[in-house]
Design a protein around this ligand. Structure first.
Ligand code: BES
Ligand code: ZN
Ligand code: ZN
Length: 515
């Protein structure tokens, strides 16, 4: 997309080749049989032994260092107080010929799991700034986890800056994963695809709403999908009108930046199972006429995180060549207050004909999802998975990092378990039966909020449930907290956009395709 000065009303024309204005920084990842010459640092794993530090790396380590050199490295580490506890980073001069060593603590060897490895390597990656070439033997303990940890941990987003335009592009750090195992190539490539998928979601979410609004977002997202051979279709405001997408239109109407619906399809020949992915794409959420308080409103740049997750997931599925049919339905709108905005008390007619009474225009995500879920249901998928930065109540119930998963029992539980398995915390939550009464409206089929302060996350799920077609296994994942990190960076998770839960959903699709 061309560079654009800020403009409140008429955004610059979106061209067909629109792309993100800037992308985040990502280290280059490489798989090597030998230790490259002239590295700036070697990253080694250390364990906390019973009463002393242990170097990890077995044969691979013997390949690089003789016994004396290994003893010298241990001596240096102990001299500066390294303990080997999880994610501890220690830099030492190392030994002649190999150079500086960065030791990464992994805790007790017998307790090592993938998440410990991802977090420790992610923490290591965040300490590599300024180094051009780094090698590591840590892949030996789990190549996929190490690539994901290093890759995701290396990410940073610095946004749009004059200084960056003027300076020459900074050369990224190259991280060489040393492996002598031939079979590692496939694991490495798949892990790289996972990293790049998560990073795509992060980049989209991090992009300011001045640059990412429904029209530009739909074209940028479609172009990303098309790069990997997926087919795409964008419905503009006229087509949405003709086909009766009353939820998307009502929410988008307050903005001069008109709404869109992007459909992306991955349809491999051998597919027998079909999955619909639906993601909330509110490019900015002011609350509309039910205006949000000012403090923290800037974080609503992340309110399209659900759609970014689903775009990244379907692209990841295609790149991994997963043998199942996946279709993503991504409704996009900007929720603004204006003379054209929808109001509390309005009744809107969704795609498919169901009506909603609006009690609060800030409960807008469910309105655009309702249209998209009804639309997706027409295609009769076996599974329908939706995700959204849907409720503040998710944060109240589960905190900053844990997604709430609701929907049909078994599918819901599978998703929550899969999430925890890949290090994206998720927890199954109910849709209590008393909510059936609470979402009833005197003037429409359903209303968009209850009158109660209780179970706000579950009430949103109850609302969405109304629009899911019969016979479809459905799950809804509320990522209000997990999608966007307003606290500090930790492990492989940066500040701002996290890319959660892309890895969960790619794993879910992988498992469904192997069923
Ligand atoms: N986008 C917000 C939810 C949100 C809150 C996401 C905090 C990330 C962090 C959503 O559209 C919203 O405003 N929901 C309301 C619903 C309420 C009016 C029933 C909420 O949670 O307050
Ligand atoms: Zn809202
Ligand atoms: Zn919202």
């Amino acid at each position: 997309m061309a560079k654009q000065a800020f403009s409140t009303h008429a955004p610059k024309k979106v061209t067909k080749d629109a792309a993100l204005p800037v992308r985040g920084y990502l280290a280059e990842l490489s798989l090597d049989k030998k230790l490259p010459k002239d590295i700036d640092a070697l990253v080694l794993a250390v364990f906390a032994g019973e009463d002393s530090l242990e170097l990890s790396g077995g044969e691979l380590l013997d390949f690089i260092f003789n016994t004396e050199q290994q003893a010298e490295i241990l001596r240096q580490l102990e001299a500066v107080g390294a303990t080997g506890k999880k994610s501890e980073i220690t830099r030492i001069p190392g030994v002649t010929g190999v150079g500086p060593v960065i030791a990464v603590g992994l805790g007790k060897a017998e307790e090592l799991d993938d998440e410990t490895l991802r977090r420790a390597t992610g923490t290591a990656a965040r300490s590599l700034k300024g180094l051009a070439t780094v090698a590591t033997t840590i892949g030996d303990l789990g190549l996929e986890a190490a690539v994901v940890g290093f890759g995701l941990g290396s990410y940073s987003y610095t946004g749009l800056r004059k200084a960056k335009d003027d300076a020459k592009e900074e050369k990224p750090t190259t991280i060489h994963f040393i492996s002598t195992n031939k079979a590692d190539k496939d694991v490495f490539v798949a892990a790289q695809i996972i990293v790049e998928s998560v990073v795509l979601a992060r980049d989209l979410v991090n992009t300011p709403s001045s640059h990412l609004y429904p029209e530009s977002y739909s074209v940028i997202a479609a172009n990303e999908a098309a790069k990997f051979g997926l087919s795409t279709e964008i419905l503009d405001e006229k087509q949405l009108e003709e086909q009766g997408f009353g939820g998307i239109l009502a929410v988008g109407n307050g903005s001069s930046r008109k709404p869109r619906l992007l459909k992306v399809e991955w349809k491999p020949r051998k597919a027998t199972t079909s999955v619909a992915l639906v993601g909330k794409g509110i490019t900015f959420d002011t609350g509309g006429i039910s205006l949000k308080p000012g403090a923290g409103m800037e974080n609503m740049v992340s309110d399209m995180g659900g759609s970014a997750t689903m775009l990244a997931t379907i692209i990841g599925a295609a790149r991994l060549n997963l043998p199942l049919k996946v279709t993503a339905y991504l409704p996009m709108a900007e929720n603004m207050p204006s003379g054209e905005a929808f109001r509390p008390g309005d009744v809107i007619t969704h795609f498919g004909g169901l009506t909603s009474e609006i009690l609060n225009t800030d409960a807008e995500g469910r309105l655009i999802l309702a249209d998209a879920i009804a639309y997706a249901s027409e295609d009769k998928p076996d599974y329908l998975l939706d995700t959204a930065t849907l409720t503040g109540a998710q944060l109240v119930a589960l905190g900053l990092r844990t997604s709430g998963v609701m929907g049909d029992g078994q599918f819901r539980d599978t998703i929550a378990e899969t999430g925890r398995g890949v290090g994206e915390p998720a927890w199954a939550m109910p849709i209590p039966e008393e909510l059936d009464e609470e979402v009833k409206s005197p003037v429409a089929d359903i209303r968009n909020t209850t009158n109660s302060r209780f179970a706000g996350m579950c009430a949103a799920a109850r609302y969405l449930q109304e629009f899911v077609g019969e016979g479809i296994s459905w799950a809804h994942v509320d990522i209000a907290g997990p999608a966007y990190n307003t606290a500090g960076a930790y492990g492989y998770t940066p500040k701002r956009a996290t890319g959660q839960p892309v890895r969960t959903f790619i794993q879910v699709l992988k498992d469904l395709s192997e069923k």
